[in-house]
Design a protein. Structure first.
Length: 118
């Protein structure tokens, strides 16, 4: 069994790699204003659990200003925009985000290796 510190380290590595991959995919451009994107934002919050936390489809690049706007009351407008841009993808991600998933240690390691290959 993986020690707790190793599990925390693996989760942190996953978070960091996920953010890099999201920003690279979006060419470091904010999805809302098209300025330089500095932040990788979870469309469905990572606190929901592991079901979409490291899913690249659950990430979008934002600049600091737009990221602050989303977190300070603009989230419903933001989600509505994403829904209208790609209803099918949004609904699949939304359904997946409702799944309760707690990954085992070996699954975290496999996920990290898989994300490295993307």
């Amino acid at each position: 069994m993986m020690p707790r510190t190793d599990r925390k380290k693996t989760r942190k590595q996953l978070d960091e790699l996920w953010a890099i991959k999201v920003k690279d995919r979006d060419f470091h451009r904010c999805h809302l204003c098209y300025h330089k994107g500095t932040d990788a934002h979870h469309i469905f919050e990572k606190a929901r659990g592991d079901s979409v936390r490291w899913d690249l489809n659950n990430g979008i690049t934002l600049c600091r200003e737009c990221h602050a706007w989303v977190h300070n009351g603009g989230e419903s407008s933001f989600l509505a925009r994403l829904y209208h841009e790609n209803k099918y993808k949004f609904e699949i991600l939304q359904a997946k985000s409702k799944e309760i998933l707690h990954l085992k240690n070996y699954e975290l390691v496999e996920m990290l290796e898989g994300l490295k290959r993307k």
